[in-house]
Design a protein around this ligand. Sequence first.
Ligand SMILES: Cc1cc2nc3c(=O)[nH]c(=O)nc-3n(C[C@H](O)[C@H](O)[C@H](O)COP(=O)(O)OP(=O)(O)OC[C@H]3O[C@@H](n4cnc5c(N)ncnc54)[C@H](O)[C@@H]3O)c2cc1C
Length: 421
Amino acid sequence: QCAGMVGSEMRQIMANSTPMLGTERGRGAGSKSLFGGKVYAQPLRDVWPDLDRKAPIHRWVTRERFSFIAGERVVTIEAKLGRSVAFTTYLPELVRWMAGRAEEAGALLVDEVVVDNILVKDGKVVGVKSGGDVLEANVVIDAEGVNRLLLEKLGLADPPDPRRLALGVKEIIRLGDRAVEERFGLEKGEGLAWLLAGDVSKGIPGGGFIYTMKDAASVGIVLRVSDAASAAEGGALKEHVSRMVEWLRLHPYFKRYWEEGDIAEYGARLAIEGGLGYVPKRLYWNGLLVVGDAAGLLLNTGYTIRGVDFAVASGKMAAETVLEAHARGNYSEAVLSAYETRLKSSFVWKELVKHRGIEDVMSDTWFFKALPAIIAKTVAKLFEADYEEPTMLEAIKEALEEEGTPLLLAAAKLLKAASQL
Ligand SMILES: Cc1cc2nc3c(=O)[nH]c(=O)nc-3n(C[C@H](O)[C@H](O)[C@H](O)COP(=O)(O)OP(=O)(O)OC[C@H]3O[C@@H](n4cnc5c(N)ncnc54)[C@H](O)[C@@H]3O)c2cc1C
């Protein structure tokens, strides 16, 4: 019993040997899915070795860009990668593909079914309830995503903390294959992942993203909910978030990338801010496992975001644990605890632990407001002088002073960030 994208993944693993039912509240797998656009491939290949040939991959990411935006000034760093480890796609397409693979293997997916409650009897999870229907199960795998209404009802997760959540808004701008390659400077089939910091989020912790799809650009912004709410209350943020995406779309530096393109879709969704702060009280319980976003498994370093591959990897570990329990005919908490052991020795947990200080960095507005301005001003001082250019150190010092940041403080902040990101 499970829901969503991770659900599709687990159905794939378990279908051959264990009766498996997945529920999805939307119409069809993937219908409720929305994300930025980039997926790390290897954890998915561990489940589907033919991923590269069969999955709905739009472009392999061969270039990464990062831009600091201060007004009309933009400083961009670009890396041409030696090796592609991630691809771009639309999440609904990927989820549909995963679900299809699972169904081919014999799993059952029921859509338009909202699970209202996880049922507990004598201290053990025994199934789920949807409307008047009860579905009994030896194990329920909760893959309900970021909005953990079911776990909250069980008392296993706290109500969402706005400091731990971000609001993402995105648009798909349709351009055509050739235009994507010409405008973004890509070879045929190549993809670009481009993250943005600074005025794109009005200095609020968050940022912007641009991913190249096959024939379109996925363009959006992400804002930390607590900061966006206090900026709105304090009057610093007057616009609706959709206007902020429009600001990016119309920005003089960026608009040439999608001029004459059509906005084909837009949407919004909550995301986990990243780090260990969203992990629920329990990852397993008597008859219950928690995976994906519901388990708080997302890494956002500011230059990369890993949620989909973490969700798939956790789904795989949950499926392996259930298969073991099934073989032993024992679904007790003690047997299901193997899931947490697996997870905590996996790359997913190691990544989250390694970057655990990230929340401090991500909640420091200096990185989102002052730093982009300091970088843009430094570059302007070096390149916009008519006669005498300052030395690099002079330019940095002047820019720091204009932004009210002592050199040592900036160095300390950057050092801290570098050790966590
Ligand atoms: C704006 C934005 C950009 C992002 N960009 C990226 C990116 O580029 N790369 C990346 O790897 N990650 C990205 N992420 C994160 C990524 O989307 C998530 O980590 C990932 O989707 C988690 O998968 P999941 O299956 O755990 O949850 P979800 O994808 O949220 O799936 C949960 C599913 O459960 C269903 N469901 C929920 N409750 C019930 C219920 N009661 N009954 C029945 N069904 C239910 C929902 O309809 C949904 O289909 C982004 C997220 C956002 C919001």
